[in-house]
Design a protein around this ligand. Sequence first.
Ligand code: G3D
Ligand code: MG
Length: 181
Amino acid sequence: MNWKIDDIFRFKVVVIGDAAVGKTSIIRKYSLNQFSENYKMTVGADFNVKVVKFKDLGEVSLTIWDFGGQEKFEEIRRYYYYGAHAAIIVFDITNRDSFNNIKKWLTDLQSEVGNIPYLILANKSDLQDDRQVSKSEIDQLSDDLKIKIFDTSAKTGDNIEKAFYEIAKECLSAYNIQFQT
Ligand code: G3D
Ligand code: MG
């Protein structure tokens, strides 16, 4: 693919996972400093736009979608997934059900948009004492799915920036766009 330095790449990233795992908090934490816009959609899904810089490319703009508390509703989910280039699946290390539901979220996503790049966040890493999902189980899932899983905390900000940078890279790679890190 040929591109010019002033090209703008835009990718839609959907953040999915059970209610209360920390999706909104992660997006807020990430968007706080360079936050540009925040639209309230009539259907209830919010999105934030964030620009990720790569040395040799123009702007890589991530439009990050948040369910706005309506993750249960199938109609909303379909709308939400529409046109997604990548996904971030979040679970909460202090909530075993949210871990068990990852595969359901993945199936749900892929039934709408097929195979798009995604990664998984093991959120609330600041709550180690309340942990219900062991590190070895997480490593096992990462091996099974051949997918990266990052430990994150929306509270401390640990690994949040890194996770979104990673998803931006995955988007560029998926479209065979060469870049330098
Ligand atoms: P959701 O958007 O996935 O439904 P939210 O989840 O972002 O609304 O977060 C649900 C609750 O978890 C919130 O607490 C939020 O503050 C908390 N939370 C989110 N991420 C973290 C984290 O990394 N560490 C800790 N300790 N808490 C987190 P409340 O009390 O407002 O319900
Ligand atoms: Mg939310």
